[in-house]
Design a protein around this ligand. Structure first.
Ligand code: DLL
Length: 433
């Protein structure tokens, strides 16, 4: 189901022509309006007129989160303040957040791309979408909300939190879809399971989950607990918010990037060189239709790969693989790279274990130690020491096999790892380097 079929199925050649026009326009705009970009481009010896083809994008300097921090709050805005109608913010690298500004046109583009994402999830005007992402400076709530309204479906702006109330409204209002973080979806699913809730009382059929990394195993778990189809949505404040890319129902494999608004590159995070299609690297995004705060070659620190093959759904916009983690949440423990999502993949599905975990990294006698805390599932709580010891060994082995590193495993009582209604905290790094 397409929201905007002509654009979503556009011939590649026409799409690339449009991309180039919009790229040239955006580069001229930031060169004229944003001293930061002009200075960076001058330092790199490049002018707007040098962008003659899409591959010329590589002549442009990249941008980092620290550039947003250094130009806090409005330094990267490319539209006059009186044209800005919305501000959002997200956590920065220090105490101050990073800020994004939107013109009315930007809000409209954003609603359009989110409406396309909803179409990917087969949501239509007949649907009631419970928006359980946080409303506020975070882009999740309002981003989804505007997309739902643009489509003409019904938005229920519950925001995150108060799970019992979410469930009551879900049943009473007949929500057919929910949009929230995958970890909150799990929390809701667990609440349903714990109450032996009869799922036939709900009309829920689809979930639109993103804002944090998750895994296929977690998808299976959520789909089972809520009896829905769970789809992945991606985006970041710096480039617009949710709606940069979305999985389609047909393939449930990779996220279509709306390439008429965003140009993507995948680079080697160490060298900055482009990597071939299909290879994992860091996603770099250039916004080509934003006015308020365009971002040029923004280094997301998100790891993914381009899926070059056409998709069964007929959309021509290329897909990226499910986001694998961030280059900067990667832990280096005794020289080994460890991703929290690897631990998750190892533990989800082990009988007796809940999909809740926390990595605690410390340095003892100059040696990195990794403690993994994992929650026992409520139904399998056994006080038989022998059984628990066996389970502990089994879980530790499963993790060690995936990450290639010995771990101290702590089985935790059900419910004892901090719950989150937004993004979960998966790592506590106590090392002082
Ligand atoms: O999380 C925007 C968003 C809201 C996306 C709702 C999807 C749904 P930020 O707070 O700026 O924006 O965080 C952006 O979150 O660089 C990724 O590291 C991570 N992220 C977002 N979506 C996904 C996803 C929103 N589907 C950062 N899978 C990004 C993995 C994701 N990571």
């Amino acid at each position: 189901m397409y929201w905007n079929k002509p654009v979503e199925t556009m011939e590649r050649e026409a799409l690339e022509k449009l991309q180039l026009e919009r790229l040239q326009h955006t580069v001229r705009r930031v060169y004229q309006c944003v001293p930061f970009y002009r200075e960076r481009m001058q330092a790199a010896g490049v002018e707007p007129g040098d962008i003659q083809s899409l591959s010329d994008i590589r002549k442009l300097p990249t941008t980092e989160k620290t550039d947003l921090r250094d130009n806090y709050p409005f330094g990267l805005f490319a539209a006059p303040q009186e044209e800005i109608v919305r501000i959002h913010a997200s956590s920065g690298t220090t105490g101050k957040p990073i800020v994004a500004g939107y013109t009315a046109h930007d809000v409209s583009v954003w609603s359009e791309v989110v409406a396309r994402c909803l179409g990917c999830a087969h949501i239509s005007r007949d649907d009631t979408v419970q928006v359980s992402y946080g409303y506020g400076l975070f882009t999740g709530g309002l981003g989804l909300h505007y997309g739902v309204e643009r489509m003409g479906a019904k938005a229920v702006p519950t925001s995150a939190g108060n799970t019992q109330r979410q469930l009551m409204l879900m049943e009473d209002l007949g929500s057919t879809a929910i949009a929230c973080t995958p970890s909150y979806a799990l929390m809701i699913g667990e609440a349903l399971r714990d109450e032996n809730f009869d799922l036939t009382r709900l009309k829920l059929k689809t979930g639109i989950f993103g804002a944090e990394p998750w895994t296929e195993k977690m998808r299976d778990e959520i789909q089972k607990l809520l009896n829905i189809k769970a789809l992945d949505i991606y985006g970041l404040t710096e480039t617009i918010g949710p709606g940069v890319a979305m999985e389609c129902m047909e393939a449930q494999n990779g996220l279509h990037v709306w390439e008429d608004h965003f140009i993507i590159e995948i680079i080697d995070p160490d060298t900055g060189d482009e990597v071939p299609d299909g290879e994992m690297g860091e996603l770099v995004i250039t916004t080509i239709s934003k006015e308020g705060m365009p971002t040029i070659r923004y280094r997301t620190h998100d790891l993914t790969a381009i899926i070059p093959e056409p998709c069964a759904c007929g959309r021509t916009h290329r897909r990226i693989q499910r986001l694998r983690g961030r280059t900067d949440d990667m832990l280096i423990i005794r020289g080994v790279n460890v991703f929290p999502s690897q631990v998750e993949a190892a533990i989800v599905g082990i009988p007796g274990i809940a999909p809740r975990y926390l990595l605690v990294v410390d340095r003892v006698n100059n040696m990195d130690v990794l403690e993994v805390q994992v929650e026992l599932a409520p139904e399998l709580l056994s006080d038989e020491v022998r059984k628990l010891e066996e389970l502990q060994r089994q879980v530790a082995r499963a993790i060690e096999q995936v990450i290639g590193l010995g771990v101290n495993l702590r089985l935790m009582n059900p419910g004892s790892i901090e719950r989150s209604e937004g993004k979960s905290r998966r790592v506590v790094d106590k090392r002082v380097l």
